[in-house]
Ligand binder design. Structure first.
Ligand SMILES: [Fe+2]
Length: 264
């Protein structure tokens, strides 16, 4: 293509495209150096300002605090997990999902959509890992929130009544919840879920990894993490023992508040 024709096309493209789309297209094509000086200077300025804009615009996923300090966690959660696990699980594993989610968010800003296909592509892998890390981040937030109590369901009267109505009795719920969580893969969750969007029932949902098996529009109320990192350091292969201790440590006041917030 002759240079004059190239410049004419770039100028037309700038007129017809939205400013950001034009800048992205030029930057992605590597054609910046070929632009006429006036257009290049303006475009360089816009790219710089857009990079700042992206930085400001990129959604930041939060590493949320727990309802107790790291030191308090060691005592409050002692019947469920050992002191090291309260730290590793939160400050390494949970934080790792948040960090990955933010890295993915940034990578999605410039990912090449044109190479998408059903086998392997950059955009496909970024999208795939988004749901994994989104699930990991959200479920861990709630996991920490529901722990640290005395296990007395009478402190959550509304959610206790809903459980009894759905499952027949609290013990029947507990047996089903435990069986659900024991049956998840070695990396998975058992989740008492309020099916807000569809049936308005309470369901014990088996989730492999962080997302396979989750239901659309379901509000997680009690998620028990059965990834081996959650319990192996203290209980080894005794997953059932860990789940018993988890249920006995639930904070039904916070669970009840969460249930009432969504079950209107
Ligand atoms: Fe975990």
């Amino acid at each position: 293509m002759r240079l004059r024709e190239f410049f004419r096309r770039m100028t037309n493209m700038k007129r017809t495209m939205k400013r950001r789309t034009f800048v992205r297209t030029v930057a992605a094509s590597g054609a910046l150096a070929l632009l006429p000086p006036v257009l290049r200077s303006e475009t360089e300025k816009t790219i710089t300002s857009n990079q700042k804009e992206y930085t400001q615009m990129a959604f930041e996923w939060k590493f949320n605090p727990r309802p107790y300090s790291d030191e308090e966690a060691k005592k409050l959660l002692a019947p469920v997990v050992d002191a090291e696990t309260t730290d590793w699980h939160y400050n390494t594993h949970h934080k790792g999902y948040v960090t990955a989610l933010n890295n993915i968010e940034k990578a999605l800003e410039t990912a090449d959509r044109s190479g998408a296909n059903g086998n392997y592509s950059q955009i496909g892998e970024l999208k795939r890992r988004t749901t994994w890390n989104h699930g990991g981040t959200l479920l861990h937030d709630i996991y920490w929130d529901v722990l640290g109590g005395d296990g007395d369901p009478n402190k959550g009267p509304e959610v206790k009544a809903a459980i009894e109505k759905e499952f027949g009795s609290f013990d029947a719920w507990k047996a089903d919840f435990k069986a659900t969580a024991i049956s998840a893969k070695l990396s998975g969750w058992g989740v008492l879920t309020f099916d807000q969007l569809y049936s308005h029932r309470l369901l014990n949902v088996l989730v492999d990894e962080h997302h396979y098996g989750a239901i659309w529009g379901g509000i997680p109320l009690i998620p028990v993490d059965v990834f081996e990192h959650a319990y192996y350091h203290k209980d080894g292969p005794k997953r059932a023992l860990y789940i018993d201790n988890f249920i006995a440590n639930l904070h039904w006041g916070r669970i009840n508040a969460r249930y009432k917030k969504y079950a209107k």
